[in-house]
Design a protein around this ligand. Structure first.
Ligand code: NAD
Ligand code: ZN
Length: 467
């Protein structure tokens, strides 16, 4: 069973009228991939419409042609987003191709909606309502059997493509949601273990092999904390680390999984807003060293991310505000309002496009060059969310854009830090080239990377500092 669509085709299956063609185009655009509509491709090749193909050559011949095109499409090396015809999965060869080559997502639709959308078309199998409804019921078990995930919209498909399961109360399903059937080591920070550990433990049932605590907050991201965890683990390669906690915990436990036995699977269960829309997604893991935050790490994509918004009810307001800053950042990048689910999907799409952070994933650093400089100048005694709120202000000003969204939502206040220290920290930032500084800025068409002259950047930074 495929766990995600990293370097893998993404196949959309489901009944006619589910919207697969439109969704394939939208998802492909967001993932920077080619969209393929199997029916349109077949019509182009055969130089005949599908209703005419059915009428003149019959369904059996149609299925043979459809399977052969599917094989060809899924053999291509560059991963695409492929919308398959409603009956394609009837053919065993199509099913085996999907299992080998794709992450398969069922685009779910109810029968009434599907009928409304197709009754006036010339689709051969949508001419009689009774036949249509019978076929719908017949197909459902087939779809659900072959699908790796089920979704109803573009965000849902993208979340599935990243291996993310978003559901209220999902913690209770943890035992089934951790891929495979091997043993699990549950890792949580000391605070979260006390709050949500018992629920996780019950949900894991027999699969729970051991429980481990790391210190709460940033203290988890220390080599000695991870080393102690390694010394406690008793998993072989069939085992999975389940990381339950905020971004600090998932960063540390993810790194522990990346290196233990040269890499074992891990599942992220983020319990903070920062974790659910940002840190738990995309497979970046890291610990801190005295020379800087996040300087030692690995890319290790979690085999599943479980987003259960119910876990956030126990989160302190101060912690929630940290996540608000990242959510507003994501709204600015996406240029639309986002809830937790859609913000997670936005980040997931960028990470799937650019898993190694060489290109579009860097957009997520909007405001962060300034934020990191202010945090360093404050000896990290400045909450990241507050620093990000200020950084967003600077990025918007340098982009020549309106700042009211950030001001209204986050009310950033200038901080008292040493200007020289902040400037030195900013110049050490990795995104520097010559006498200009690379920044993520916002244009009418969305985010872009641009080098800006040092004096402009310094002036923008100074503006964030209280005199
Ligand atoms: N890997 C990435 O892509 C990525 C992205 C963004 C941030 N990060 C990292 O994430 C870290 C920040 O994460 P964070 O903001 O989630 O903070 P955190 O992990 O430090 O958690 C903050 C505090 O909240 C507590 N907590 C967590 N969940 C709780 C809950 N449900 N109820 C009550 N208390 C709870 C924790 O015990 C901790 O004391 C930083 O180290 C940052 O570098 C990583
Ligand atoms: Zn951040």
């Amino acid at each position: 069973m495929a766990l995600n669509a990293l370097n893998r085709h993404l196949a959309l299956i489901g009944f006619m009228g589910a919207g697969k063609t439109t969704l394939a185009e939208e998802v492909a655009a967001r993932l920077g991939r080619r969209a393929v509509d199997a029916d349109r491709l077949l019509e182009g090749r055969a130089q005949i419409s599908i209703p005419a193909f059915f009428a003149q050559r019959g369904e059996t011949e149609f299925r043979v042609a459809e399977a052969s095109l599917a094989r060809e499409t899924f053999r291509q090396a560059t991963p695409a987003v492929v919308a398959l015809g409603g009956g394609a999965v009837k053919t065993p060869e199509v099913r085996s191709t999907l299992r080998e080559r794709a992450l398969t997502v069922l685009v779910d639709v109810d029968v009434d909606t599907a009928w409304e959308r197709t009754k006036a078309t010339d689709r051969p199998l949508a001419q009689d309502e009774d036949v249509f409804r019978r076929l719908f019921d017949e197909r459902q078990p087939l779809y659900r059997d072959i699908a790796d995930a089920v979704a109803r919209d573009a965000d849902g498909i993208i979340l599935a493509a990243a291996g993310i399961h978003h559901e209220l109360g999902a913690l209770e399903l943890l035992g089934e949601l951790v891929p495979g059937d091997g043993p699990v080591a549950l890792v949580a920070d000391s605070r979260v273990m006390g709050i949500h550990g018992p629920g996780a433990q019950t949900a894991l049932g027999d699969r729970l092999r051991s429980r481990h605590e790391l210190p709460a907050g940033e203290a988890a991201k220390q080599l000695h904390a991870v080393e102690r965890l390694w010394s406690e683990l008793r998993l072989d390669r069939s085992g999975t680390i389940v990381a339950l906690g905020g971004g600090a915990l998932t960063d540390a436990a993810g790194l522990a999984a990346a290196l233990y036995l040269r890499g074992i699977p891990w599942v992220a269960v983020p319990t903070t807003l920062v974790g659910q829309i940002d840190a738990g997604i995309g497979g970046k893991t890291a610990i801190d060293i005295p020379q800087g935050k996040n300087l030692v790490g690995a890319f290790h994509w979690p085999s599943r991310v479980i987003i259960d918004e119910a876990l956030l009810t126990t989160l302190a307001e101060r912690e929630r505000r940290q996540g608000e800053a990242e959510r507003i950042k994501t709204e600015l990048l996406a240029r639309r309002a986002l809830d937790i689910r859609s913000a997670a999907a936005y980040k997931a799409a960028l990470c799937l496009r650019d898993p190694r952070d060489r290109d579009v994933r860097q957009w997520l650093n909007l405001g962060h060059t300034f934020a990191h400089a202010l945090e360093a100048a404050a000896d990290f005694d400045l909450p990241h969310g507050e620093a990000v709120a200020l950084g967003l202000l600077a990025a918007l000003r340098l982009s020549g854009r309106d700042t009211s969204r950030v001001v209204d939502a986050l009310d950033p206040q200038p901080v008292k830090v040493d200007r020289e220290r902040a400037w030195e920290a900013l110049q050490r930032d990795k995104k520097r080239s010559g006498d200009a500084i690379n920044l993520v800025l916002l244009g009418d068409e969305g985010p872009y990377l641009e080098a800006r002259p040092s004096d402009e950047v310094r002036a923008a930074l100074d503006n964030l500092i209280a005199s």
